[in-house]
Design a protein around this ligand. Structure first.
Ligand code: ATP
Length: 515
Protein backbone atom coordinates (compact mmCIF):
# COMPACT_ATOMS: atom_id res chain seq x y z
CA UNK A 1 0.00 0.00 0.00
CA UNK A 2 1.39 3.43 -0.90
CA UNK A 3 1.55 6.14 1.71
CA UNK A 4 -1.27 8.01 -0.04
CA UNK A 5 -3.56 4.97 -0.12
CA UNK A 6 -2.79 4.49 3.52
CA UNK A 7 -3.83 8.08 4.37
CA UNK A 8 -7.02 7.68 2.35
CA UNK A 9 -7.95 4.53 4.30
CA UNK A 10 -7.30 6.35 7.53
CA UNK A 11 -9.55 9.24 6.47
CA UNK A 12 -12.36 6.81 5.63
CA UNK A 13 -12.16 5.10 9.02
CA UNK A 14 -11.78 8.43 10.82
CA UNK A 15 -15.06 9.54 9.22
CA UNK A 16 -16.85 6.55 10.70
CA UNK A 17 -15.18 6.57 14.10
CA UNK A 18 -15.85 10.25 14.73
CA UNK A 19 -19.40 10.48 13.40
CA UNK A 20 -18.78 12.20 10.05
CA UNK A 21 -19.92 9.56 7.55
CA UNK A 22 -21.47 6.09 7.79
CA UNK A 23 -22.21 3.59 5.02
CA UNK A 24 -25.90 3.72 4.18
CA UNK A 25 -28.01 0.81 5.50
CA UNK A 26 -24.97 -0.53 7.28
CA UNK A 27 -26.82 -3.21 9.28
CA UNK A 28 -27.80 -4.74 5.93
CA UNK A 29 -24.15 -4.62 4.76
CA UNK A 30 -24.52 -1.21 3.15
CA UNK A 31 -25.75 0.00 -0.21
CA UNK A 32 -23.05 0.49 -2.80
CA UNK A 33 -21.93 4.12 -3.25
CA UNK A 34 -24.58 5.56 -0.93
CA UNK A 35 -23.57 7.19 2.37
CA UNK A 36 -25.14 8.85 5.40
CA UNK A 37 -23.70 11.90 7.13
CA UNK A 38 -23.38 11.63 10.92
CA UNK A 39 -23.74 14.39 13.54
CA UNK A 40 -20.42 16.14 12.76
CA UNK A 41 -20.58 15.33 9.05
CA UNK A 42 -23.89 17.13 8.64
CA UNK A 43 -22.48 20.21 10.44
CA UNK A 44 -19.40 20.30 8.22
CA UNK A 45 -21.48 19.71 5.10
CA UNK A 46 -23.90 22.49 6.05
CA UNK A 47 -20.95 24.83 6.60
CA UNK A 48 -19.52 23.98 3.17
CA UNK A 49 -22.93 24.74 1.64
CA UNK A 50 -23.13 28.03 3.56
CA UNK A 51 -19.67 29.02 2.36
CA UNK A 52 -20.71 28.39 -1.23
CA UNK A 53 -24.12 30.07 -0.86
CA UNK A 54 -22.71 33.15 0.80
CA UNK A 55 -19.93 33.48 -1.78
CA UNK A 56 -22.33 33.05 -4.70
CA UNK A 57 -25.68 34.54 -3.63
CA UNK A 58 -25.05 36.81 -0.66
CA UNK A 59 -21.98 38.52 -2.14
CA UNK A 60 -23.31 38.96 -5.68
CA UNK A 61 -26.25 41.26 -6.21
CA UNK A 62 -26.87 39.70 -9.60
CA UNK A 63 -27.08 36.09 -8.40
CA UNK A 64 -30.24 34.77 -6.76
CA UNK A 65 -31.18 31.40 -5.29
CA UNK A 66 -33.62 28.66 -6.22
CA UNK A 67 -34.76 25.33 -4.81
CA UNK A 68 -36.48 23.37 -7.57
CA UNK A 69 -38.06 19.91 -7.23
CA UNK A 70 -36.13 16.71 -7.85
CA UNK A 71 -38.94 15.30 -10.00
CA UNK A 72 -39.46 17.16 -13.24
CA UNK A 73 -41.49 16.63 -16.38
CA UNK A 74 -39.85 13.74 -18.31
CA UNK A 75 -39.66 15.85 -21.47
CA UNK A 76 -37.05 17.99 -19.72
CA UNK A 77 -34.56 15.13 -19.93
CA UNK A 78 -35.39 14.59 -23.57
CA UNK A 79 -34.72 18.27 -24.34
CA UNK A 80 -31.53 18.38 -22.27
CA UNK A 81 -30.14 15.38 -24.15
CA UNK A 82 -29.88 13.20 -21.06
CA UNK A 83 -32.27 10.52 -22.37
CA UNK A 84 -30.22 10.06 -25.55
CA UNK A 85 -26.72 11.10 -24.60
CA UNK A 86 -26.09 10.76 -20.87
CA UNK A 87 -24.25 7.50 -21.27
CA UNK A 88 -21.02 5.99 -20.08
CA UNK A 89 -19.27 3.22 -22.06
CA UNK A 90 -19.46 0.05 -19.98
CA UNK A 91 -17.45 -3.16 -20.32
CA UNK A 92 -17.62 -6.36 -18.25
CA UNK A 93 -14.86 -8.83 -17.62
CA UNK A 94 -16.28 -12.28 -18.36
CA UNK A 95 -14.01 -14.07 -15.89
CA UNK A 96 -14.08 -11.77 -12.86
CA UNK A 97 -17.63 -10.53 -13.62
CA UNK A 98 -16.39 -7.07 -12.71
CA UNK A 99 -17.78 -4.04 -14.47
CA UNK A 100 -15.65 -1.11 -15.66
CA UNK A 101 -15.95 2.13 -17.55
CA UNK A 102 -14.13 1.52 -20.83
CA UNK A 103 -12.83 5.10 -20.97
CA UNK A 104 -11.41 4.83 -17.44
CA UNK A 105 -9.57 1.59 -18.30
CA UNK A 106 -8.04 3.30 -21.34
CA UNK A 107 -7.18 6.46 -19.38
CA UNK A 108 -5.37 4.33 -16.79
CA UNK A 109 -3.40 2.63 -19.58
CA UNK A 110 -2.46 6.05 -20.99
CA UNK A 111 -1.35 7.19 -17.53
CA UNK A 112 0.94 4.14 -17.30
CA UNK A 113 2.60 5.01 -20.61
CA UNK A 114 3.04 8.62 -19.50
CA UNK A 115 4.53 7.40 -16.23
CA UNK A 116 7.16 5.47 -18.19
CA UNK A 117 8.16 8.67 -20.00
CA UNK A 118 8.26 10.51 -16.69
CA UNK A 119 10.52 7.84 -15.20
CA UNK A 120 12.99 8.22 -18.08
CA UNK A 121 12.98 11.99 -17.57
CA UNK A 122 13.59 11.70 -13.82
CA UNK A 123 16.46 9.26 -14.43
CA UNK A 124 18.06 11.68 -16.89
CA UNK A 125 17.54 14.58 -14.49
CA UNK A 126 19.39 12.69 -11.76
CA UNK A 127 22.21 11.82 -14.20
CA UNK A 128 22.75 15.25 -15.76
CA UNK A 129 22.06 17.39 -12.69
CA UNK A 130 22.02 21.18 -13.06
CA UNK A 131 22.72 21.23 -16.77
CA UNK A 132 19.60 19.17 -17.60
CA UNK A 133 17.23 20.80 -20.09
CA UNK A 134 13.92 19.01 -19.51
CA UNK A 135 12.00 20.59 -22.39
CA UNK A 136 14.72 19.61 -24.85
CA UNK A 137 14.87 16.06 -23.49
CA UNK A 138 11.10 15.67 -23.80
CA UNK A 139 11.21 16.55 -27.49
CA UNK A 140 14.45 14.78 -28.49
CA UNK A 141 15.02 11.62 -26.48
CA UNK A 142 13.72 8.84 -28.76
CA UNK A 143 12.24 6.70 -26.01
CA UNK A 144 10.46 9.61 -24.30
CA UNK A 145 9.18 10.92 -27.62
CA UNK A 146 7.84 7.46 -28.46
CA UNK A 147 6.01 7.05 -25.15
CA UNK A 148 4.51 10.53 -25.23
CA UNK A 149 3.35 10.35 -28.82
CA UNK A 150 1.82 6.92 -28.19
CA UNK A 151 -0.09 8.34 -25.19
CA UNK A 152 -1.28 11.27 -27.29
CA UNK A 153 -2.36 9.05 -30.15
CA UNK A 154 -4.43 6.75 -27.89
CA UNK A 155 -5.99 9.75 -26.20
CA UNK A 156 -7.07 11.17 -29.56
CA UNK A 157 -8.43 7.80 -30.67
CA UNK A 158 -10.42 7.46 -27.44
CA UNK A 159 -11.80 11.01 -27.58
CA UNK A 160 -12.96 10.62 -31.14
CA UNK A 161 -14.64 7.25 -30.31
CA UNK A 162 -16.43 8.86 -27.37
CA UNK A 163 -17.55 11.85 -29.43
CA UNK A 164 -18.87 9.56 -32.18
CA UNK A 165 -20.29 6.97 -29.74
CA UNK A 166 -18.17 4.35 -31.49
CA UNK A 167 -18.24 1.47 -29.00
CA UNK A 168 -16.52 -1.04 -31.36
CA UNK A 169 -13.52 1.26 -31.59
CA UNK A 170 -13.31 1.60 -27.80
CA UNK A 171 -13.28 -2.20 -27.53
CA UNK A 172 -10.59 -2.32 -30.22
CA UNK A 173 -8.40 0.10 -28.21
CA UNK A 174 -8.75 -2.18 -25.18
CA UNK A 175 -7.66 -5.14 -27.31
CA UNK A 176 -4.81 -3.27 -29.02
CA UNK A 177 -3.39 -2.08 -25.71
CA UNK A 178 -3.84 -5.57 -24.21
CA UNK A 179 -5.60 -4.04 -21.22
CA UNK A 180 -6.19 -6.58 -18.44
CA UNK A 181 -8.75 -6.50 -15.65
CA UNK A 182 -6.87 -4.70 -12.83
CA UNK A 183 -8.45 -7.11 -10.38
CA UNK A 184 -7.96 -10.51 -12.00
CA UNK A 185 -5.52 -9.92 -14.85
CA UNK A 186 -7.99 -11.46 -17.32
CA UNK A 187 -8.32 -10.05 -20.87
CA UNK A 188 -11.64 -11.74 -21.52
CA UNK A 189 -13.89 -8.70 -22.15
CA UNK A 190 -17.51 -8.35 -23.31
CA UNK A 191 -18.46 -5.85 -26.00
CA UNK A 192 -18.47 -2.20 -24.88
CA UNK A 193 -21.99 -0.81 -24.59
CA UNK A 194 -23.65 2.45 -23.69
CA UNK A 195 -25.16 2.67 -20.25
CA UNK A 196 -27.60 5.44 -19.34
CA UNK A 197 -26.83 6.95 -15.98
CA UNK A 198 -30.33 8.14 -15.08
CA UNK A 199 -32.40 6.37 -12.45
CA UNK A 200 -36.07 6.14 -13.28
CA UNK A 201 -39.27 5.55 -11.40
CA UNK A 202 -42.99 5.60 -12.04
CA UNK A 203 -45.56 8.34 -11.46
CA UNK A 204 -48.41 7.11 -9.18
CA UNK A 205 -51.40 6.30 -11.36
CA UNK A 206 -49.90 6.32 -14.87
CA UNK A 207 -48.45 3.08 -16.20
CA UNK A 208 -45.83 2.46 -18.89
CA UNK A 209 -43.64 5.00 -20.69
CA UNK A 210 -46.14 7.83 -20.11
CA UNK A 211 -45.65 7.82 -16.36
CA UNK A 212 -41.90 7.29 -16.43
CA UNK A 213 -40.07 9.82 -14.27
CA UNK A 214 -36.35 10.34 -13.78
CA UNK A 215 -34.46 11.27 -10.66
CA UNK A 216 -32.58 14.37 -11.79
CA UNK A 217 -28.94 13.67 -12.71
CA UNK A 218 -28.07 17.39 -12.32
CA UNK A 219 -29.75 20.35 -10.64
CA UNK A 220 -29.11 22.65 -13.62
CA UNK A 221 -32.29 21.84 -15.55
CA UNK A 222 -34.47 23.14 -12.70
CA UNK A 223 -32.68 26.45 -13.15
CA UNK A 224 -33.09 26.52 -16.94
CA UNK A 225 -36.82 25.89 -16.93
CA UNK A 226 -37.34 28.56 -14.25
CA UNK A 227 -35.08 31.10 -15.88
CA UNK A 228 -37.84 33.45 -17.02
CA UNK A 229 -39.85 33.08 -13.79
CA UNK A 230 -36.83 34.12 -11.78
CA UNK A 231 -35.79 36.89 -14.16
CA UNK A 232 -39.26 38.43 -14.13
CA UNK A 233 -39.89 38.17 -10.40
CA UNK A 234 -36.48 39.52 -9.41
CA UNK A 235 -36.23 42.00 -12.31
CA UNK A 236 -32.65 40.94 -12.98
CA UNK A 237 -30.90 42.18 -16.07
CA UNK A 238 -28.44 40.11 -18.04
CA UNK A 239 -25.77 39.19 -16.98
CA UNK A 240 -27.28 37.47 -13.94
CA UNK A 241 -27.09 34.08 -12.26
CA UNK A 242 -29.28 31.55 -10.49
CA UNK A 243 -27.77 29.32 -7.81
CA UNK A 244 -29.08 26.07 -6.42
CA UNK A 245 -27.98 23.37 -4.00
CA UNK A 246 -29.67 20.01 -4.20
CA UNK A 247 -29.56 16.27 -4.58
CA UNK A 248 -28.68 14.63 -7.88
CA UNK A 249 -28.68 10.94 -8.78
CA UNK A 250 -26.51 8.97 -11.18
CA UNK A 251 -26.41 5.26 -11.67
CA UNK A 252 -22.61 5.26 -11.82
CA UNK A 253 -21.09 2.12 -13.36
CA UNK A 254 -18.14 1.99 -11.04
CA UNK A 255 -18.53 3.71 -7.73
CA UNK A 256 -15.40 3.37 -5.66
CA UNK A 257 -13.39 5.87 -3.68
CA UNK A 258 -15.87 6.55 -0.91
CA UNK A 259 -17.87 9.78 -1.31
CA UNK A 260 -15.88 10.82 -4.40
CA UNK A 261 -18.32 9.00 -6.67
CA UNK A 262 -21.75 8.34 -5.23
CA UNK A 263 -25.08 7.30 -6.72
CA UNK A 264 -26.95 9.88 -4.66
CA UNK A 265 -25.05 13.10 -4.09
CA UNK A 266 -25.46 16.82 -3.74
CA UNK A 267 -24.54 19.49 -6.25
CA UNK A 268 -23.98 23.21 -5.83
CA UNK A 269 -24.61 24.73 -9.23
CA UNK A 270 -24.82 28.24 -10.60
CA UNK A 271 -26.00 29.12 -14.09
CA UNK A 272 -24.90 32.53 -15.28
CA UNK A 273 -26.98 33.95 -18.15
CA UNK A 274 -25.06 36.21 -20.52
CA UNK A 275 -25.36 37.98 -23.83
CA UNK A 276 -24.37 35.74 -26.78
CA UNK A 277 -20.77 36.38 -27.78
CA UNK A 278 -19.65 37.34 -24.27
CA UNK A 279 -19.73 33.80 -22.87
CA UNK A 280 -16.04 33.03 -23.17
CA UNK A 281 -15.09 36.18 -21.23
CA UNK A 282 -17.48 35.19 -18.48
CA UNK A 283 -16.13 31.64 -18.61
CA UNK A 284 -12.64 33.00 -17.85
CA UNK A 285 -14.08 35.22 -15.13
CA UNK A 286 -15.79 32.31 -13.33
CA UNK A 287 -12.76 30.05 -13.70
CA UNK A 288 -10.63 32.51 -11.74
CA UNK A 289 -13.35 33.42 -9.27
CA UNK A 290 -14.02 29.79 -8.38
CA UNK A 291 -10.33 28.99 -8.07
CA UNK A 292 -10.01 31.82 -5.54
CA UNK A 293 -12.93 30.38 -3.55
CA UNK A 294 -10.97 27.16 -3.15
CA UNK A 295 -7.69 28.87 -2.32
CA UNK A 296 -9.31 31.07 0.37
CA UNK A 297 -9.65 27.95 2.52
CA UNK A 298 -5.88 27.78 2.76
CA UNK A 299 -5.42 24.98 0.22
CA UNK A 300 -1.96 25.34 -1.35
CA UNK A 301 -2.06 26.50 -4.98
CA UNK A 302 0.05 23.48 -5.98
CA UNK A 303 -2.89 21.21 -5.08
CA UNK A 304 -5.43 22.96 -7.33
CA UNK A 305 -5.21 22.48 -11.11
CA UNK A 306 -7.18 23.46 -14.17
CA UNK A 307 -7.75 20.57 -16.56
CA UNK A 308 -9.25 21.46 -19.94
CA UNK A 309 -11.78 19.07 -21.48
CA UNK A 310 -10.81 17.72 -24.88
CA UNK A 311 -13.92 15.63 -25.25
CA UNK A 312 -16.64 18.29 -24.86
CA UNK A 313 -20.14 17.34 -23.72
CA UNK A 314 -22.93 17.75 -26.28
CA UNK A 315 -23.91 21.16 -24.86
CA UNK A 316 -20.56 22.88 -24.31
CA UNK A 317 -18.21 25.12 -26.32
CA UNK A 318 -15.57 25.24 -23.58
CA UNK A 319 -15.15 23.28 -20.36
CA UNK A 320 -12.57 22.96 -17.64
CA UNK A 321 -12.31 20.92 -14.46
CA UNK A 322 -10.93 22.41 -11.29
CA UNK A 323 -8.97 19.48 -9.96
CA UNK A 324 -7.78 18.90 -6.41
CA UNK A 325 -4.96 16.59 -5.45
CA UNK A 326 -6.89 13.97 -3.49
CA UNK A 327 -4.86 11.24 -1.72
CA UNK A 328 -5.47 9.15 -4.88
CA UNK A 329 -4.22 11.85 -7.27
CA UNK A 330 -5.49 14.94 -9.10
CA UNK A 331 -9.22 14.50 -9.80
CA UNK A 332 -12.15 16.69 -10.77
CA UNK A 333 -13.68 18.67 -7.94
CA UNK A 334 -15.66 21.24 -9.89
CA UNK A 335 -16.62 21.82 -13.51
CA UNK A 336 -16.84 25.20 -15.24
CA UNK A 337 -18.78 24.86 -18.49
CA UNK A 338 -19.70 27.27 -21.22
CA UNK A 339 -23.02 25.59 -22.12
CA UNK A 340 -23.91 27.91 -25.02
CA UNK A 341 -27.69 28.38 -25.47
CA UNK A 342 -28.14 24.64 -25.96
CA UNK A 343 -30.47 23.97 -23.01
CA UNK A 344 -32.72 27.03 -23.28
CA UNK A 345 -33.01 26.56 -27.04
CA UNK A 346 -33.95 22.88 -26.69
CA UNK A 347 -36.56 23.70 -24.06
CA UNK A 348 -37.98 26.41 -26.30
CA UNK A 349 -38.23 23.93 -29.19
CA UNK A 350 -39.76 21.06 -27.23
CA UNK A 351 -42.13 23.04 -25.00
CA UNK A 352 -43.13 25.58 -27.64
CA UNK A 353 -42.68 28.33 -25.00
CA UNK A 354 -40.38 31.28 -25.65
CA UNK A 355 -37.19 31.21 -23.56
CA UNK A 356 -36.00 34.60 -24.74
CA UNK A 357 -34.81 37.60 -22.83
CA UNK A 358 -35.66 41.13 -23.94
CA UNK A 359 -32.57 43.30 -23.72
CA UNK A 360 -33.89 46.85 -23.27
CA UNK A 361 -30.49 48.43 -23.84
CA UNK A 362 -30.07 46.80 -27.27
CA UNK A 363 -33.81 46.70 -27.98
CA UNK A 364 -33.30 43.06 -28.94
CA UNK A 365 -34.63 39.65 -27.86
CA UNK A 366 -32.35 36.65 -27.65
CA UNK A 367 -31.85 33.29 -25.96
CA UNK A 368 -29.05 33.91 -23.46
CA UNK A 369 -25.84 31.91 -23.37
CA UNK A 370 -24.96 30.18 -20.13
CA UNK A 371 -21.78 29.73 -18.14
CA UNK A 372 -22.12 27.15 -15.40
CA UNK A 373 -20.13 26.46 -12.26
CA UNK A 374 -20.91 23.01 -10.86
CA UNK A 375 -19.36 21.49 -7.78
CA UNK A 376 -20.21 18.34 -5.87
CA UNK A 377 -20.79 19.10 -2.22
CA UNK A 378 -19.69 15.61 -1.18
CA UNK A 379 -16.55 15.79 -3.29
CA UNK A 380 -15.78 19.13 -1.71
CA UNK A 381 -16.33 17.53 1.71
CA UNK A 382 -13.76 14.86 0.82
CA UNK A 383 -11.31 17.50 -0.43
CA UNK A 384 -11.72 19.58 2.74
CA UNK A 385 -11.22 16.54 4.92
CA UNK A 386 -8.21 15.29 2.94
CA UNK A 387 -6.58 18.69 3.29
CA UNK A 388 -7.38 18.95 7.02
CA UNK A 389 -6.42 15.45 8.16
CA UNK A 390 -3.10 15.52 9.95
CA UNK A 391 -1.18 13.13 12.18
CA UNK A 392 1.51 14.81 14.23
CA UNK A 393 3.57 14.63 17.39
CA UNK A 394 2.94 17.21 20.10
CA UNK A 395 4.43 17.72 23.59
CA UNK A 396 2.58 15.80 26.30
CA UNK A 397 2.03 16.65 29.98
CA UNK A 398 5.07 14.58 31.11
CA UNK A 399 7.48 16.50 28.91
CA UNK A 400 7.55 13.77 26.25
CA UNK A 401 5.77 13.50 22.92
CA UNK A 402 2.37 12.14 22.02
CA UNK A 403 0.83 11.49 18.64
CA UNK A 404 -2.41 13.21 17.82
CA UNK A 405 -4.83 13.22 14.90
CA UNK A 406 -6.08 16.70 14.23
CA UNK A 407 -8.43 18.06 11.59
CA UNK A 408 -6.97 21.43 10.68
CA UNK A 409 -10.26 22.63 9.24
CA UNK A 410 -10.77 26.30 8.49
CA UNK A 411 -12.52 27.52 11.70
CA UNK A 412 -15.50 28.85 9.71
CA UNK A 413 -16.10 25.31 8.39
CA UNK A 414 -15.38 23.42 11.64
CA UNK A 415 -18.46 21.46 12.77
CA UNK A 416 -18.05 22.36 16.45
CA UNK A 417 -16.77 25.85 17.21
CA UNK A 418 -15.96 25.29 20.84
CA UNK A 419 -15.98 22.57 23.51
CA UNK A 420 -16.85 23.41 27.10
CA UNK A 421 -14.98 21.20 29.56
CA UNK A 422 -15.29 21.29 33.37
CA UNK A 423 -11.97 20.10 34.76
CA UNK A 424 -13.70 17.54 37.03
CA UNK A 425 -17.21 16.19 36.67
CA UNK A 426 -17.75 15.40 40.34
CA UNK A 427 -17.36 19.00 41.52
CA UNK A 428 -20.82 20.61 41.30
CA UNK A 429 -19.41 24.18 41.41
CA UNK A 430 -17.32 23.51 38.30
CA UNK A 431 -20.17 21.78 36.53
CA UNK A 432 -22.59 24.60 37.29
CA UNK A 433 -20.19 27.24 35.98
CA UNK A 434 -19.47 25.18 32.86
CA UNK A 435 -23.19 24.70 32.14
CA UNK A 436 -23.74 28.44 32.53
CA UNK A 437 -21.02 29.20 29.97
CA UNK A 438 -22.37 26.52 27.66
CA UNK A 439 -25.90 27.95 27.73
CA UNK A 440 -24.59 31.42 26.91
CA UNK A 441 -22.54 30.24 23.94
CA UNK A 442 -25.01 27.85 22.32
CA UNK A 443 -27.26 30.61 21.02
CA UNK A 444 -24.31 31.89 18.95
CA UNK A 445 -22.27 28.78 18.06
CA UNK A 446 -22.59 25.05 17.83
CA UNK A 447 -20.74 23.98 21.00
CA UNK A 448 -20.41 20.68 22.84
CA UNK A 449 -20.17 19.96 26.54
CA UNK A 450 -17.90 17.12 27.60
CA UNK A 451 -17.05 15.97 31.12
CA UNK A 452 -15.98 12.37 30.48
CA UNK A 453 -12.34 11.14 30.71
CA UNK A 454 -9.19 13.00 31.66
CA UNK A 455 -8.83 16.50 30.23
CA UNK A 456 -5.98 15.45 27.89
CA UNK A 457 -8.17 12.79 26.25
CA UNK A 458 -10.99 15.27 25.85
CA UNK A 459 -8.62 17.69 24.06
CA UNK A 460 -7.53 14.87 21.72
CA UNK A 461 -11.13 14.05 20.93
CA UNK A 462 -11.86 17.67 20.00
CA UNK A 463 -8.67 17.80 17.89
CA UNK A 464 -9.94 14.78 15.96
CA UNK A 465 -13.22 16.61 15.30
CA UNK A 466 -11.44 19.80 14.24
CA UNK A 467 -12.82 21.99 17.07
CA UNK A 468 -10.85 25.27 17.02
CA UNK A 469 -11.26 26.04 20.74
CA UNK A 470 -11.57 24.16 24.04
CA UNK A 471 -12.62 26.05 27.14
CA UNK A 472 -11.67 24.55 30.49
CA UNK A 473 -13.35 25.56 33.72
CA UNK A 474 -11.07 25.00 36.72
CA UNK A 475 -10.87 26.08 40.36
CA UNK A 476 -9.45 29.47 39.46
CA UNK A 477 -12.61 30.05 37.39
CA UNK A 478 -14.61 29.99 40.62
CA UNK A 479 -12.39 32.63 42.18
CA UNK A 480 -12.01 35.18 39.40
CA UNK A 481 -14.35 34.26 36.53
CA UNK A 482 -11.54 33.26 34.22
CA UNK A 483 -11.16 30.13 32.08
CA UNK A 484 -8.44 28.70 29.89
CA UNK A 485 -9.00 28.72 26.16
CA UNK A 486 -6.94 26.25 24.15
CA UNK A 487 -6.14 26.79 20.48
CA UNK A 488 -6.40 23.61 18.35
CA UNK A 489 -3.46 24.47 16.10
CA UNK A 490 -0.91 26.16 18.38
CA UNK A 491 -1.97 24.24 21.52
CA UNK A 492 -1.46 27.51 23.40
CA UNK A 493 -3.65 27.88 26.48
CA UNK A 494 -4.55 31.37 27.47
CA UNK A 495 -6.40 32.48 30.57
CA UNK A 496 -9.24 34.83 29.68
CA UNK A 497 -12.25 36.38 31.34
CA UNK A 498 -15.53 34.55 30.74
CA UNK A 499 -17.15 37.64 29.26
CA UNK A 500 -14.48 37.72 26.50
CA UNK A 501 -14.96 34.12 25.28
CA UNK A 502 -17.68 34.83 22.76
CA UNK A 503 -15.73 37.65 21.10
CA UNK A 504 -12.56 35.56 20.85
CA UNK A 505 -14.36 32.66 19.20
CA UNK A 506 -16.37 34.94 16.92
CA UNK A 507 -13.19 36.56 15.71
CA UNK A 508 -11.75 33.19 14.71
CA UNK A 509 -14.79 31.49 13.16
CA UNK A 510 -16.34 34.47 11.39
CA UNK A 511 -17.30 34.04 7.73
CA UNK A 512 -15.55 37.37 7.16
CA UNK A 513 -12.25 35.49 7.38
CA UNK A 514 -13.24 33.53 4.29
CA UNK A 515 -15.37 35.77 2.14
P1 ATP B 1 -16.89 12.70 -13.44
O1 ATP B 1 -16.09 12.96 -14.69
O2 ATP B 1 -16.03 12.57 -12.20
O3 ATP B 1 -17.89 11.60 -13.58
P2 ATP B 1 -18.67 14.72 -14.32
O4 ATP B 1 -17.77 15.45 -15.26
O5 ATP B 1 -19.67 13.77 -14.83
O6 ATP B 1 -17.77 14.00 -13.19
P3 ATP B 1 -20.33 16.96 -13.81
O7 ATP B 1 -21.46 16.42 -14.57
O8 ATP B 1 -19.54 18.07 -14.38
O9 ATP B 1 -19.36 15.77 -13.37
O10 ATP B 1 -20.86 17.34 -12.35
C1 ATP B 1 -20.39 18.45 -11.62
C2 ATP B 1 -19.78 18.05 -10.30
O11 ATP B 1 -20.65 17.17 -9.59
C3 ATP B 1 -18.47 17.30 -10.41
O12 ATP B 1 -17.40 18.18 -10.56
C4 ATP B 1 -18.41 16.55 -9.10
O13 ATP B 1 -17.89 17.39 -8.07
C5 ATP B 1 -19.86 16.28 -8.80
N1 ATP B 1 -20.21 14.90 -9.15
C6 ATP B 1 -20.52 14.38 -10.36
N2 ATP B 1 -20.81 13.09 -10.28
C7 ATP B 1 -20.68 12.75 -8.96
C8 ATP B 1 -20.85 11.55 -8.23
N3 ATP B 1 -21.24 10.43 -8.82
N4 ATP B 1 -20.63 11.57 -6.89
C9 ATP B 1 -20.26 12.71 -6.27
N5 ATP B 1 -20.09 13.87 -6.91
C10 ATP B 1 -20.28 13.91 -8.23
Amino acid sequence: MTQHEDIFKKIVSHCKEYGFIYASSEIYDGLSAVYDYGPYGVELKNNIKSYWWKAMVQLNENIVGLDSAIFMHPKIWKASGHVDAFNDPLVDNKDSKKRYRADTLIEDAIAKIEAKAEKEIQKAKARFGESFDEDLYRTTNPRVVEYLSKAREINERMNSSLTNSNMEELKQIIIDLEIADPDSGSRNWTEVRQFNLMFNTQLGNISGEEGKLYLRPETAQGIFVNFLNVQKTTRQKIPFGIAQIGKAFRNEIVARQFIFRMREFEQMEMQFFVKPGTELDWYEYWKEKRKKWHLALGTPESKINFHNHENLAHYANAAVDIQYEFPFGFKELEGIHSRTNFDLKSHQELSGKKMQYFDAEDNDSYIPYVVETSIGCDRMFLAVLSEAYCEEFVPDAEGGEAQRIVLKLHPALAPIKCAVLPLLKNKPELVEKAKQIMSELTSTFYCVYDDKDAIGRRYRRQDALGTPYCITIDFESLENNSVTIRDRDTLAQERVNIKDIEGIIQNKVSWKNLL
